[in-house]
Design a protein around this ligand. Sequence first.
Ligand code: 6GU
Length: 237
Amino acid sequence: MKITVLTLFPEMFENFLNTSIVGRSLQRGLAEVEFVQIRDFAPGNYKHVDDTPFGGGSGMVMKCQPVLDALNSVKTENSYTLLTSPAGKPYNQQKARELCKKDHLIILCGHYEGMDARINDHVDELVSIGDYVLTGGELASMVIIDSVVRLLKGAIRDTSTDEESHENGLLEYPQYTHPADYNGEKVPEVLLSGNHAKIREWRVMQSLKLTKELRPDLYEKHEFTDEEKKILKKYDL
Ligand code: 6GU
């Protein structure tokens, strides 16, 4: 997969792209990330990429010309284009699963107080990573890249994404490692039992219980499997 990031601040990505799972995956060639400096497409000596908003108001707005010339310099019929925006569609694990199948992902990082709205019609979708405001789309773009690259075949062990939070619409069950007794705080007995059926049941029960408590919004939408229904009944959740 190829990922092209259009930004005014490519240097923000440096450590991120060289570290941990993402760094290793890029080194192994599972994905390639390239940058396009939007400012390179601004004319003249001043290289202005933004201007004052029509109708007045505070702040500056990014101009169509440098942004769309930058975008058109890399777009092909194989590209899927995202614009990061606090007004975008909420990003989630399902979207990450969709994006990891694309050949060429282009992420246009919104910046300053806003973008000329005519830019919206030149991308496939606007995405937001949550209900808060960032100064720019670079952090959002890194969130998207991280969540997509780790899903590429060979990035991590195939099985390790299956039971994660959000993969099945629920939060993950709690995990523990050695020691079994940490200053009197004990690991749940069932996990030491070696009884795999019991352990599985406990994990599903915990996953359901935690999701109901902490994320009633997810719990409400969840379509319960037969196994989950049985466990809900048994534990009176
Ligand atoms: Cl994608 N961009 C910006 N600037 N702020 C955000 C966001 C994106 N998602 C949440 N807040």
